[in-house]
Design a protein around this ligand. Sequence first.
Ligand SMILES: Cc1cc2nc3c(=O)[nH]c(=O)nc-3n(C[C@H](O)[C@H](O)[C@H](O)COP(=O)(O)OP(=O)(O)OC[C@H]3O[C@@H](n4cnc5c(N)ncnc54)[C@H](O)[C@@H]3O)c2cc1C
Length: 327
Amino acid sequence: MDFAPPLNVDILANALRARFGQRLRRDEPLAAHTTLRVGGPADLWLTVTTLDELIEAVTLAWQHHVPVFLLGGGANMLVSDRGVRGLVLQNRCQRVEFDEGDPPHVLVESGVILPSLAHRLARRGLSGLEWAVGVPGTVGGAVVNNAGAYGSSIADCLARAELLTPAEHPQGNGRREWRSVNWFEYEYRSSRLKRTGGRGPSAEHPKEVVLQAELVLSRKSPAEIENQMAAYSKRRKATQPPGASIGSMFKNPPGDYAGRLIEAAGLKGTQIGGAQISPVHANFFVNLGDAKAADFVALIELARQTVKARFDVELELEIEKIGDWEI
Ligand SMILES: Cc1cc2nc3c(=O)[nH]c(=O)nc-3n(C[C@H](O)[C@H](O)[C@H](O)COP(=O)(O)OP(=O)(O)OC[C@H]3O[C@@H](n4cnc5c(N)ncnc54)[C@H](O)[C@@H]3O)c2cc1C
């Protein structure tokens, strides 16, 4: 079977190399950039560190009709063994600006690492992200996924976010637009952006890019915030497995827990290839070291079919399957 990338990728590669030089890489293995440690190569790979770079790279990809995919921490995605066609941008835009008004605000670029931000806010006595202490990934990923824990989520403190929206004309530039929190139509671990995203990048349906976010916070003493965060971290350590995973594999169905159902179906500890349903928490699937994405797909199907057969519950993926899955 021929896996050759389409010609536009080569043309885009030339345009990106003219702007970013040797920082542009080809055939970068994505296993190195995802928390699950699986995933084949990205045709093109670039790390961006400023919003100008991010906008330029995305705009070039859109103009060349090449799919472009934003990678934050890679903490919520199962990347195909065949990798991702097109351009993958690793977002490391990390400016943070504090506005100590009343209420206090913070303006954060989308590549800021969420748990690091939670610690920075705690040191300043700014409350609102305590739940994020054990949630890996970036602000951009959190805005798309409505990341959250312990009854809170990013939707609770997001005032607005700035997006880069694809131009109507293919040769045009994208538009920078601020959208208030209501625009995102947040639901449990989901948003308007996640729902329209489909299964990763596509040249025909380019996705909006989150550039930055404004969070509204409140004031508490640093000690109180840090104590709360320490309690959350302790709870995580006691209930979640260490090692390579992508957090919860499935959303909790209404009124129940995906982990409880998978465990009750007798699947805790089940292994396919190098992938295992964790013996610690059945909604965490872990990479024992040499897993392939295909091993996780097989485990996902096994869990779905067994839970459906035993309890008549359809488990819905919380994570995203990304890349080229055609066999
Ligand atoms: C050990 C562990 C524990 C976890 N616990 C939790 C938890 O308690 N609660 C929870 O909610 N999640 C949890 N997760 C999942 C993960 O942390 C969140 O989903 C997180 O928000 C993912 O962020 P990310 O930057 O890694 O996103 P990625 O996985 O890199 O991307 C996710 C999606 O967002 C898109 N995206 C990323 N950045 C942008 C951007 N700037 N613009 C547009 N699209 C973008 C990507 O293209 C992709 O479609 C856990 C994961 C792990 C590994």
